[in-house]
Design a protein around this ligand. Sequence first.
Ligand code: PLP
Length: 236
Amino acid sequence: MSDTVVRQLDDVRRRILGACSRSERDPDSVELIAVSKTFPVADIRDAMGCGQRLFGESRLQEATPKVEGLPADLEWHFIGRVQRNKVRKILPLFPFVHAVDSLKLACHIDAVAGEMGMRPKVFLQVNQAGELSKGGFDPGELETAMDAIRGFRHVETVGLMTIPPAVEDPEESRAWFSGLRQLRDDLSQRFSMDLPFLSMGMSGDFEIAIEEGASHVRVGSSIFGNREYKVPGELG
Ligand SMILES: *Cc1c(COP(=O)(O)O)cnc(C)c1O
């Protein structure tokens, strides 16, 4: 057992509690997703030993043996870009899909989930800064898309997700996080929909995301260490 993961996970948890206390939030309203992409099963087991239950992966091929080989009481979150032809394999492994980035994809997931008798929980990814390198709905187009998405019967739209532009000082991300919360509040009111979750905040900025209302933070390197290789088509 490596005490590095244990120590770092503990430190992340303490920082989450600090952010909750600063913003007067109930710590139970914030979920930590340990992003284990590129890291071995042994590291996941170390985190499990400390009671960690939510894990995030972004590539189906890498994730499949991990999910299938570990105890079934873990909760897996697919946080990577979703390829259409992989949906059928993603759904049975991952009850949560974070990066649903177009109406077409949402529609396809709804159809596949219907055929398979499943009901995945999905986050709609928002590309707030309009970055070409990233997927996601344009905030303006989300309203139109939501009108269709709320009619889907086999996906449960639980909230919004964002990956803001890379910055040196995490304070610069604050406005993107509060903007996502505002967008969620607007959509929720406009469509009388419950959109309880906001998936935002990574190693560099999760405390700020929590102060701005994150329900799910996706933290990899602060728990497991630096990744030795990049996942194709991903940041970090
Ligand atoms: C890799 C990844 C993370 C975790 O990034 P860290 O900076 O290592 O915490 C979070 N979200 C997404 C979508 C990722 O691809």
